[in-house]
Design a protein around this ligand. Structure first.
Ligand code: AHM
Ligand code: MG
Length: 338
């Protein structure tokens, strides 16, 4: 067995020169995410032990009840990102508006968008949850306060993105546009080790992940694709696997090959997932791992965002599987207007 002893810290330093704007800032930014990830991991892991389970009694901008750990993760990530003089603004799924960080005479260059604890309805039942993050260079002039337009950039402008999955083991998986690497936390010493270098999705897999309970509400193209997944053929039916925790479903599909779909439906006419906090970062990772992410018709990262909390339908995973689904969606072009 190869010795897996390269730490995330070493990896960041070794690869610093790959960054387009190599002033070491992005490395420091990833470092602050690493730190917050460890703190949140510690808390998530003892969720059953302390009085932190259950709802905090607040409702977030999406109208959903916040779990205490959502609030905690949101605070920890904001805290870690604010303290270093790199980030000029943060947008979070848990915050109605973006946060301006005005220290350092507004000379910080990066904005971070995040879903601090995705899949949090799974916490109470001990199922994996995750943190998703997405990083851009600001587009407004350095030296001025950050603006909404700094956040509403196309996914294709991301300089880095990743997730932390708090699962049977805790992993940090990220890309800076040079492939995808996964690091596993050794909880005994609090160090992430490079365990999954250069991750790639298989071109085709045999897993489909979708909340099929909403079948009746799906567009016809999705219904057709689901029937295709279930057909009796040489390589089908595919297996249905749906955790209901995007990070975990994505992670499994990346390792084994599969497709994740959260389509529009008569219940969620825009889809459920958020373009900026969930879909764009996952799309960047998918493409960097040789896979594909689409809204059923076009590339996710080509969509020009119009609002911070914008939702989109999401088809993401092994190249050939997403292409199959897109072919079936293309028969119903009217559904592309959501
Ligand atoms: P959240 O950000 O409120 O946690 O919602 C996102 C989650 C995804 O992780 C998951 O894939 C999806 O919502 C599950 O939704 P549903 O229960 O409708 O299938
Ligand atoms: Mg989420």
């Amino acid at each position: 067995m190869p010795i897996k002893n390269k730490t995330l810290g070493e990896f960041i330093i070794e690869n610093q020169s790959q960054f387009k704007y190599s002033e070491g800032e992005l490395s420091r930014l990833i470092n602050s995410i690493r730190l917050a990830a460890k703190v949140v991991n510690h808390e998530v892991n003892k969720a059953g032990l302390v009085d932190i389970l259950g709802q905090a009694g607040e409702v977030n901008i999406q109208g959903e009840a916040q779990q205490k750990l959502d609030v905690y993760a949101n605070e920890k990530f904001i805290h870690a990102l604010t303290r270093r003089e790199i980030v000029c603004g943060i947008a979070s799924e848990e915050e109605e508006d973006f946060i301006r960080i005005e220290g350092n005479n507004n000379t910080n260059k990066y904005v971070v968008l995040m879903d601090p604890l995705d899949g949090s309805s799974n916490i109470d039942v001990n199922v994996s949850v995750g943190t998703i993050f997405s990083i851009y260079r600001r587009v407004t002039p350095v030296g001025s306060p950050v603006q909404l337009e700094d956040f509403l950039q196309k996914g294709s402008e991301q300089v880095a993105a990743g997730y932390i999955v708090y699962g049977t083991s805790t992993m940090l998986v990220y890309t800076t546009g040079h492939g995808v690497n996964g690091f596993t936390l050794n909880p005994a010493i609090g160090t992430f080790y490079l365990s999954h270098p250069n991750l790639k999705f298989p071109e085709r897999g045999n897993i489909y992940s979708i909340n099929e309970g909403y079948y009746q509400h799906f567009p016809q193209g999705v219904k057709d694709y689901l029937k295709y997944c279930q057909e009796e053929k040489e390589d089908r039916p595919y297996k249905a696997r749906y955790i209901g925790s995007l990070v975990s479903d994505f992670h499994r599909n990346m390792l084994k090959g599969g497709i994740y779909i959260y389509p529009t439906s008569s219940k969620n006419p825009q889809g459920k997932l958020r373009l900026l906090y969930e879909c764009n970062p996952m799309a960047f990772l998918a493409e960097q791992a040789g896979a594909k992410a689409s809204d059923g018709y076009k590339r996710i990262m080509a969509i020009k965002p119009t609002a911070l909390h914008q939702r989109v339908p999401f088809f993401c995973g092994s190249n050939e599987m997403v292409s199959d689904a897109e072919r079936m969606m293309a028969k119903y072009p009217e559904d592309s207007k959501y």
